[in-house]
Design a binder for this molecule. Sequence first.
Ligand SMILES: [Zn+2]
Length: 252
Amino acid sequence: MSKMLIDTCCLCNSNESTPIKLYGLSYRKCRNCGVIFHEVEMTKDEYFSFYEKESYSELRKIYTDNEHKKTYHTDEQRYNHDYNLAIKRIDEYKKITKKETGLLLDIGAANGAFVDCARSFKYDAFGTEINDSKKFDGKIFYGELDQISFGGSPPESRKFDLITMHDVLEHMINPKYELGVIKNNLIKTDGMLIIDFPEFYSDHGVHHWKQTEHLWILTMDEVIELVSSSGFKLEDIKHPVSSKFVLYFGVN
Ligand SMILES: [Zn+2]
């Protein structure tokens, strides 16, 4: 039998779960706490290489929130869409966090539009993206979060004032571990962690139930519990569009 990508619940650590079919896809439900996660028959290496191969086409899809519509776009159209969205996000983040400058890390930076946009504001912005190359191109580090190395620019000992995760936590195999890395290695004690997450359980969130990519089908309360249990404290909640929520955390 091939290996399952996830065998342990990210919230309660139980490894007992029951199969469940939802929207035609295979999931498992934790028997202890009820968390639903995607059943993916891949090794970690296969999952990462799936992103290197597949997500370039997936990244070009733009979901129109009110129409449940997805269409393919060129890389340039996708970048421009993401850049315009980044302007709106940063305007909002400045208001809520009161941090208008400083070191910013965008985890799951994809095409880098958010990092570029943050640099056009007054942030010293960097990104990370999953890739096995463990390379830093001057803006984005390609590799796993616990291997991060910015090659001395900025100094690796420095920690970040703002860390953003847009549609990223639900893709992580072990989000609890990655949140621990953020808490221990990457964020300042007065820093803020901003998590943008799909509203899976709403009428407008059905398109978020995606094959392979979205592993953790958490409710908002479950995300708050997961992040809080990793050493953060909830500061604010926003719903910029009906299929998403944004959580603002300080460090506990
Ligand atoms: Zn559980």
